[in-house]
Design a protein around this ligand. Structure first.
Ligand SMILES: Cc1cc2nc3c(=O)[nH]c(=O)nc-3n(C[C@H](O)[C@H](O)[C@H](O)COP(=O)(O)OP(=O)(O)OC[C@H]3O[C@@H](n4cnc5c(N)ncnc54)[C@H](O)[C@@H]3O)c2cc1C
Length: 548
């Protein structure tokens, strides 16, 4: 099966890339591991930033300045400028596709306050913004030369002469590996918050699969230590209480009912304030009892329902218990602001990529924008690149043989440890040792333990031995990826001996620009991971190639 462009992932980044490449007359395959509607993008609640200035004076420069300030010295300004300059255009485009943002009586898009933003800049569809955008984008695929194929889990990048040639993927229904050839490939596989299983707003399968694929292809992962914790996850489930709730005036209070922090501080600052308060004993709660029930029903209906169904709380009368949860990955596959990786013909966009837009800490509302802006750029670049290629490349079948071996290993041998229990142990260890507050001792413990779990996951066998309909196989593959990505995250966190943005070290409590105003890079050689720091700015002109 041969295509001009293969896009992996059906979140906003993948959909934007596919639509743009399709508009550019490319023959596109959109591959995704679940149903197309299932992604973090669909779960996004609070909104997307763009400097429309509909509520108060604003422009892209103010948005850029807030983004740079939030990123704590690590933002790549070219990327952030691309993000913020394109905000109004991209949100208008999404509205035109049918996302139908909430508007005032004059038809102007409404905008709400979000943490770390100096202006009311976040556009929304109640608290279901991501779902509305994804549905509109999926509807707009019709009539374009875009084939959507779901339930395929991409395992490897096919490469020939240092150029992307397609992907190999596990057909989840048959557990057979299938090959898809293309002139260019876009990775849009989302982040790795799910590695913190049990302590995250992300679904179980958000483990950074495509970051693992990139590592195995010899690519570098950038800034992996920067895992953003969202201050307000529901206490039991970790489900997100969107920033929209605070944007609409919700308070954060302690067990005595007292406010103790600025609710609209950046997420890193607020998460740490909440965690410190929790250490004093007693819980921390979100309080919206002072807000008119009609406003809550109109603006944050999902919060009302989730508080009742998951915590048994009536938000109009009761406090809702919360805790900080792992939420967003600033780290990802190293790319420049044109979404190019160091392998020719391979692009990456959205949460799985890192072009330095968010630096050490992302502002709420900037990641949906990142996915849409850079997804479109990736689709544009990948289709332009594909057009210049005269023919298809050969696939390097040794990669496919390795993938097949991975599946065979899972299908043979005695089933031992329960993969779900191992995922839970991994999530607990990450939250404890690579969470909001980090120390060398905890990180070393985390590093050794994730290395051990990587070994356990690598030898894990399924109980069910037939291939057809065997859902244990993709689950174990995800576990193997989760353990690898966890190890990369701990390694980068160990090496950054300072506190910056989302990365806070109790033993190195201040930001140290002399030593660490630089990006982390983690690479893999054989089974081992290596780390180095990379100067800021150097990747604007990305050099191809690197595979060893
Ligand atoms: C609960 C929640 C609320 C949020 N609210 C907001 C918000 O209000 N505003 C905001 O700006 N951001 C928000 N975010 C963050 C935002 O949703 C994400 O950063 C953004 O949607 C990422 O988009 P993406 O397209 O890069 O990835 P995703 O939406 O995560 O999509 C990844 C896609 O890749 C597919 N995939 C992954 N691995 C493979 C594989 N191996 N093979 C094939 N397919 C694969 C997945 O199935 C999925 O389709 C929120 C996140 C969560 C979890």
């Amino acid at each position: 099966m041969l295509y001009d462009v293969i896009v992996v992932g059906s979140g906003i980044a993948g959909l934007a890339a596919a639509i743009r490449a399709g508009e550019n007359y490319a023959n596109v395959l959109l591959l995704t591991k679940n149903m197309p509607l299932r992604s973090n993008s669909s779960m996004a609640a609070g909104g997307i930033n763009a400097s429309f200035a509909n509520m108060e004076p604003d422009d892209y420069r103010a948005h850029l300045a807030d983004t740079i300030k939030g990123g704590d010295g690590l933002v790549e300004e070219r990327s952030a400028a691309t993000l913020t300059k394109n905000g109004v255009d991209v949100v208008s485009w999404l509205d035109g596709l049918g996302a139908n943002f909430d508007k005032d009586e004059n038809g102007k898009i409404l905008q709400r306050a979000f943490g770390g933003a100096g202006k009311k800049r976040t556009c929304f569809v109640a608290d279901k913004t991501g779902g509305a955008i994804v549905q509109a984008m999926i509807m707009s695929l019709k009539g374009k030369n875009i084939k959507v194929v779901s339930d395929y889990c991409v395992m490897s990048l096919l490469v020939d002469e240092e150029r992307a040639a397609g992907v190999s993927a596990l057909n989840k229904k048959t557990c057979q590996i299938e090959l898809f050839g293309a002139k260019s490939v876009v990775f849009a596989g989302g982040g790795y918050g799910g590695v913190y299983f049990g302590h995250t707003s992300n679904p179980l399968d958000s483990v950074g699969d495509l970051l693992s694929v990139a590592l195995r292809a010899g690519l570098g992962l950038r800034d992996m230590e920067f895992m953003q914790f969202h201050p307000t996850g529901l206490w039991h489930s970790g489900s997100l209480v969107s920033e929209a709730v605070r944007g609409e005036g919700g308070y954060i209070v302690n067990a005595k009912g007292d406010r103790f922090t600025n609710e609209l501080a950046t997420r890193d600052v607020l998460s740490r304030a909440i965690a410190r308060e929790m250490e004093q004993g007693g819980g921390v709660y979100i309080d919206v009892r002072h807000i008119e029930p009609e406003i809550l029903e109109k603006r944050v209906p999902s919060f009302i329902r989730a508080a009742m169904s998951q915590e048994g709380k009536d938000v109009t009368k009761e406090l809702v218990p919360i805790k900080p949860v792992a939420h967003y990955s600033m780290g990802g596959i190293a790319v420049n602001e044109k979404c190019e990786t160091q392998i020719k013909g391979l692009y990456a966009a959205g949460e799985c990529a890192c072009n330095g837009t968010h630096g050490a800490n992302r502002l709420g509302g900037n990641s949906l924008l990142e996915a849409a802006v850079f997804g479109r750029i990736a689709g544009e670049e990948a289709s332009a690149y594909a057009k210049k290629q005269t023919g298809y490349l050969k696939a390097d079948l040794t990669i496919v043989a390795k993938d097949e071996k991975r599946i065979e290993n899972i299908l043979k041998g005695e089933a031992g440890a329960n993969p779900r229990a191992v995922r839970k142990s991994l999530g607990d260890a990450m939250y404890k040792n690579v969470g909001l507050f980090r120390t060398e001792e905890g990180l070393m413990r985390g590093y050794e333990y994730t290395g051990y779990l990587k070994g356990v996951a690598g030898m894990m066998s399924a109980m069910e031995k037939k291939r057809e309909g065997n859902f244990e196989v993709p689950f174990i593959l995800e576990l193997q990826n989760a353990a690898l990505i966890a190890e990369a995250t701990v390694l980068a966190a160990l090496k950054r001996e300072e506190s910056r943005g989302a990365h806070f070290r109790d033993d190195f409590g201040v930001r140290d620009d002399n030593r660490f105003k630089a990006h982390s890079i983690v690479k893999m050689d054989g089974m081992r991971l290596f780390h180095r720091f990379e100067e800021r700015g150097v990747f604007a002109a990305i050099k191809h190639f690197i595979r060893r």
